[in-house]
Every structure is written in structure tokens, then in C-alpha cells.
Design a protein around this ligand. Sequence first.
Ligand code: UQ8
Length: 205
Amino acid sequence: MKRFVPTLALASALLAPLWALPASAGTGSWTLDADASSLSVVSIKNNSIAEVHRFPDLSGSIGADGEATLSIGLDSVQTGIGIRDKRMREMLFETGRFASATVTLAVDADMVDGLAAGEQRKLDTEAALDLHGASKRVPATLHVTRLDDARLFVTSEQPVLVDAGSFALVEGIDALRKVAGLQAIGSMVPVSFALTFVADGDGTE
Ligand code: UQ8
């Protein structure tokens, strides 16, 4: 008993810094906050008219192992014209077969966890984009900003370019062009995004 009490006191003193960690320090994993995130693409028709189309159905995570994923629900496409949304879903993305596009990349989890609030890192990286049954690598320069203890903000320095030809989407674009009576729709599509991730709790709070 004599020895037990000082041992307990020592253990508790050593572990105290761990207990003092804020709950939001979490487990080193992160979940996308869809309400605080956005992704949009730009189409160009007849070589002169640019239009922005949004995809509000987003989900994603960054695992403690550094695997980051973003999933884009293609049924959620919002072009501002109802019949065009329907045509994009059915004639282009074929969402009955390919409901979502998925982006995957490996990130340095220690780098992410080590960012101080307000600190930003630039990452030249390549992500795997799974879209319409095809998977290709797309280069991207990302800015990762630690907003505060619990939130991480990821955006790209410039739009990421998606070549519809690499994803068997040119036929669908041509079908959209015909049904809308257009002369041309561009097949190189710029994609922009602003993603907010929230730290997962450590399950003890
Ligand atoms: C810490 C850390 C680093 C974390 C990382 C976190 C993480 C996972 C980050 C991800 C980073 C990353 C690299 C993301 C990449 C994101 C990308 C690239 C996503 C791809 C998303 C996507 C959905 C791509 C599809 C692109 C595509 C090919 C779109 C097609 C757009 C076109 C061409 C639309 C045409 C519209 C049009 C002009 C239609 C004609 C038309 C019709 C048919 C119509 O009916 C109508 O109304 C009557 C019209 O109006 C008159 C029309 O114009």
C-alpha cells in the first residue's frame, strides 16, 4: 500500500497532459461538413456561353491513416434548369449506373494534425478520380488551412481540369448538344471546390 499511493500519483501526473487535451483534438480523423462545402463545374456552349453547375451532395473524410476521400452525388446536379438537370443525370452521367464520382488521395496525416490554427500548407498532389466507370489520376495544387482547433479548409489553387474524353463522357455531351440544338459544348471541364472538414471526436466526450 505504501508503494501503491506514490505510484498512482506519479502515473496521474504523467498522464495529466493527455487529459488536458481539448476534446476536439479527436482521433486524427476528419469528416466533411457538406453544409460548409461546395463543388461546381463550368460548361462552355457554342464557344461563348459559360455556365456554372453545382453539386451540393458531397461527403468525405480524412482518415487517421491519411486516406482522404470526397464523394460527389451526381443526382444532385443543379444547373438552374430542371429539364437540363434531368438530362445531365440520365444522358450524361447515367446515374442509374454511376451514382457518384469519387476522389481519393493520400495525405500526410501528421502534417494535417501538426498545422496550427491559421496555418496553411500548399500541396502539389495527384488524386484518383473515379467517374462514369473510369478511374484516372488528376493533378491538383491544394491549399490546406487549419481554421481552428476543429476545422480544416481545403481548396485548390486553380480549377482542376476534367477531360470528359478520359471518362467516356463525350458521347453523352454530344447527346446533350443535339437535344438542346447547340453547335458545340466543350469537353474540357474546369472544376472548383471549397471543402471544410471537422475533426472527429475521440469518443470520450
Ligand atoms: C488535407 C487534404 C489535402 C485533404 C484532401 C481532401 C480531398 C479529398 C480533396 C479532393 C481534391 C480534389 C483533387 C478534387 C477533385 C474534384 C473533381 C475534379 C471532381 C470531379 C467532379 C465532377 C462531377 C466532374 C464532372 C465533370 C463533367 C464532365 C461535367 C460535364 C459538364 C457539361 C459539359 C455540361 C453541359 C451542360 C449543357 C451546356 C447542356 C446543354 C443544355 C441542355 C441539355 C438543356 O436541356 C438545356 O435546357 C433546355 C440547356 O439550356 C438551354 C442546355 O444548355
